[in-house]
Design a protein around this ligand. Structure first.
Ligand code: MOS
Length: 703
């Protein structure tokens, strides 16, 4: 029986539901110390004094002088120190590390820091420091606006958002073999491996990174684990003992990365009958104190800034700048939720300016196979944006409901249509050159990849692909631990790439293994000839081409499409907007695992509704002032309306069994759909989260 397309049990499911799965904080090693991070308390300045107000007996103390290699968190641009070296660029900047065998003693230690404070830049519009700037250009804006009958402008804003994985960040570092091994909760073992090698001046073979069971990531464990792993490793090497460093929720929320806040301006030219003639977008992202992943977040954000619409004359200009808050980083969607919120909130305003139905405007311009994107990418037969839109409108009975709700005070319905590129941007996948391996075992096959299971079902899906490509049972496929000593670098677990890109490499490995097995099953072959291994590497699909300098070409291997329709009810006294019904239609190519795909869609939709309506990071003096679950409010099951999930399956020929990526797409549409519903209810909100405060101050808009 084929595994692909069926809801096989999760590989790690039984361990999780029985409590056998061990997360970082469950692991106790002999002689282990606990670690703690002493952080800055001002956003910007010089450190003029460090006072240890405790008896140092039994403590290991580490500062920047203890770093054997380079004091950087190695990633894209090496501007972020692992430990502050005299300067502070955000509150929460790590300054000193402590370790002690006794947790109470550790928490009781007091460290005072003296500073010469400097003025902090907290408004991105006032920042003079640009991390990355880029322009996407197609056609000629003057021509486009010249043929427009109407020009519509608008500014849209999105706030920070906390990933809020259920398991906070944590690692354990163990000095061994003249180097260090780090176990932890993380998405990208080889990112951590590289960062440790640079920080500790260790050759790669002396650094080992092992991912433990991980309770969610959402991008929050893409780059940050390199910092916490560096800290634990420094303490462990100095103490010559294992060191566990696990954040509590408060520290995790205050210190680790968030989604980049954005200010996006649109200027759109359109003919009276609704044809888009010019799209001009200005994107400003708040990067926080250091570069981290900001250049690529900006890139993805800019590449998704037009929405899935045809237009001959486009300019998208993007900047990401420094402010003195903790650095912002990866979060599911990676820039696209911000820019597509703006694009789709703006589309409804364009429709209103023309007196057109929002669906009619979108139908008029939506991408169809053969159309080109802003970078000139020609869309293939898997471009199903128009189908997704049509099904969402029918299924939600959008027009009928729009009429009905228009007569009800405080009620509204809104829609958003989005796309999401799967895999690394541009030539990213070529540069990653991911490798994956498949071993023949006595009973079947074992997958060896650095791609991590973070709750999304990666191990299960990869095993399904291998099982069917090899022609063996799903249960006979094992997945090796993501341990850099034993697995090849299949790239980071990010960017909606694991099923599609790594799955495709493994599919190729399985096909080659099957050829070598000939007429024998794996067990028979193994018994006669012994084990063997097949390694595969990413091969760029034919016809894809990207020009990084010009920002032209095929920005992604393919795109998934989604359309959300959200109904809201607004409380007349409190101005609280609640989603009351959601229809969400996704096309992510062939569905490998129906329950996991549905889980990604439901989870992403709810996370998107939180972004739209509830989740407000309150910044005070450059730090998160509401770093608790009592006042950083995320949706609970009680807040989730009935979700009508519809999945279309337009295959992508280069994906394994026709699959595209699904991880991020569900995050893109909810915010705009909700805000468009709020607008339909009469409130001109152009910012998320659309909190009661914002609704109470919003101008009225006629329905
Ligand atoms: Mo991600 S936001 O590409 O981990």
């Amino acid at each position: 029986m084929p595994a692909v397309g069926t809801p096989v049990p999760r590989k790690e499911g039984l361990d999780k539901v029985t409590g056998r799965a061990r997360y970082t904080d469950d692991v106790v090693l002999p002689g282990m110390l606990f670690g703690r991070t002493i952080r800055a308390t001002i956003p910007r300045g010089r450190i003029t004094g460090v006072h240890l107000d405790f008896d140092p007996h039994g403590f290991t103390v580490v500062d920047a002088r203890d770093i054997p290699g380079r004091n950087v968190v190695a990633l894209i641009v090496d501007d972020q120190p692992c430990l502050a070296d005299g300067r502070v660029s955000h509150t929460e900047e790590p300054v000193l590390l402590l370790a002690h065998a006794d947790r109470e003693a550790l928490l009781g230690a007091t460290v005072r820091l003296d500073y010469a404070a400097e003025p902090a830049v907290l408004d991105p519009r006032a920042s003079q420091t640009v991390f990355k700037e880029l322009t996407i250009q197609k056609g000629c804006l003057d021509d486009g606006f010249g043929s427009a009958d109407v020009v519509v402008e608008g500014e849209y804003r999105t706030g920070h958002q906390e990933q809020l994985y259920i398991e906070p960040q944590g690692v354990i570092a163990v000095p061994e073999d003249g180097g260090v091994t780090v176990y932890g909760s993380l998405q990208c073992p080889y990112y951590v491996h590289h960062a440790l090698s640079v920080l500790l001046a260790l050759p790669p073979e002396r650094v080992r990174v092992v991912q433990l069971e991980t309770g969610g990531g959402f991008g929050g464990k893409e780059d940050y684990p390199s910092i916490i792993a560096g800290h634990a490793a420094l303490l462990a090497l100095k103490a010559n003992r294992p060191v566990k460093l696990v954040y509590d929720r408060l520290e995790d929320m205050r210190a680790t990365t968030k989604r980049h806040p954005a200010i996006v301006r649109h200027r759109t030219g359109v003919t009276r009958d609704g044809r888009l003639t010019a799209i001009d977008v200005e994107v400003l992202l708040d990067g926080g104190a250091y570069t981290t992943l900001s250049p690529v977040v900006l890139s993805r954000g800019a590449l998704h800034a037009t929405g899935p619409y045809r237009c001959d004359h486009v300019r998208v200009h993007g900047r990401v700048v420094q402010t003195h808050t903790p650095p912002n980083g990866a979060f599911r969607g990676f820039g696209a939720p911000q820019t597509q919120f703006a694009a789709e909130a703006h589309m409804d305003r364009v429709a209103a300016a023309l007196g057109l139905d929002p669906v009619a405007l979108r139908e008029r311009n939506v991408w169809r196979p053969g159309d080109t994107t802003a970078t000139g990418q020609r869309l293939g037969p898997d471009c199903s944006a128009a189908d997704v839109l049509r099904v969402a409108v029918e299924r939600s009975r959008y027009h009928e409901r729009r009429g009905t709700l228009a007569g009800r005070p405080g009620a509204g319905i809104g829609l958003a249509l989005v796309f999401h590129g799967a895999g690394f941007t541009g030539s990213g996948e070529v540069k990653l050159a991911s490798r994956a391996a498949l071993q023949l075992t006595a009973t079947g096959a074992r997958i060896r990849v650095a791609s991590t299971e973070i709750g999304q079902g990666a191990r299960t899906v990869l095993a399904q692909v291998v099982a069917d490509a090899l022609g063996i049972a799903y249960d006979d496929v094992e997945v090796a631990e993501a341990d850099t000593r034993f697995v090849p670098d299949s790239g980071p677990t990010v960017a909606s790439r694991t099923s599609m890109v790594v799955g495709r490499i493994l599919q190729g490995c399985a096909v080659r293994m099957r050829e070598r097995l000939g007429d024998l099953g794996p067990a028979d072959y193994h018994a006669r000839h012994g084990p063997f291994e097949v390694e595969g590497q990413y091969v760029r699909p034919a016809g894809l081409d990207w020009d990084e300098a010009a920002y032209r070409g095929d920005a992604y291997g393919c795109y998934g499409y989604a359309c959300d329709v959200v109904e809201v009810a607004i409380d007349a006294d409190t101005y609280e907007a609640r989603a009351t019904a959601v229809t969400t239609v996704h096309d992510v190519g062939r569905v490998l695992h129906p329950v996991l795909v549905r889980g990604q869609i439901e989870g992403g939709t709810v996370q998107g509704l939180g972004y739209a309506l509830l989740e407000e990071v309150a910044m005070r003096d450059g730090a998160m002032a509401n770093a608790q679950l009592t006042n950083y409010v995320i949706p609970t099951t009680a807040d989730v309306p009935p979700l009508d999930v519809v999945v279309l399956e337009t295959p992508y020929v280069e994906g394994p069994f026709g699959a595209k990526g699904v991880g991020e797409l569900p995050m893109d549409a909810p915010a705009a759909a909700a805000v468009n519903a709020i607008r339909h209810a009469g409130f001109d909100v152009r910012e998320v989260p659309a909190t009661p405060e914002r609704l109470s101050e919003a101008p009225c808009v006629s329905r």
